[in-house]
Design a protein around this ligand. Structure first.
Ligand SMILES: [Zn+2]
Length: 136
């Protein structure tokens, strides 16, 4: 058996890389970069931490439990999406402060955008249909 075949056989059925692994690698690089600028003891703690993160990364790539790794990645993507949306919302709040105001629906917690017009308004959530009033 050639080396290539052996390698292919070794990686067969293993999970490989995904977005969570990419993220873990970036975290690793950030930790190591920060560690360079720290005194000896905290630096070694961070280096140890980066070894752990890297180990988890390699474990995920080599894992044969594909379902579980996929679920981890799905949870990660969900969190990433929530964090991203949060920052985009904050940015838009400032950017469109003259035009719009943002409120949450008390029923479904959906984020809603209203044209800015001073006063109290009766509104209806387009997602769950709940009617409520807002003060702008
Ligand atoms: Zn709603």
């Amino acid at each position: 058996m050639s080396f290539r075949e052996k390698l292919a056989r070794f990686f067969y059925g293993r999970y490989g890389s995904d977005k969570l692994n990419t993220f873990l690698l970036i975290v690793c690089i950030i930790i190591l970069t920060v560690a360079m600028f720290l005194p000896v003891v905290p630096s070694y703690i961070l280096r140890g931490l980066s070894v752990l993160v890297m180990g988890y990364c390699i474990f995920r790539i080599m894992s044969k439990n594909v379902d579980k790794r996929r679920r981890e990645n799905a949870v990660f993507q969900k969190i990433l999406f929530a964090v991203k949306s949060f920052f985009i919302r904050q940015f838009n709040r400032v950017r469109y402060i003259k035009k719009y105001r943002y409120r949450k629906c008390p029923g479904c917690k959906n984020h809603l955008r209203f044209p800015y017009k001073k006063g109290t308004h009766g509104v209806k959530c387009p997602k769950c249909g709940r009617e409520f009033s807002i003060r702008l």
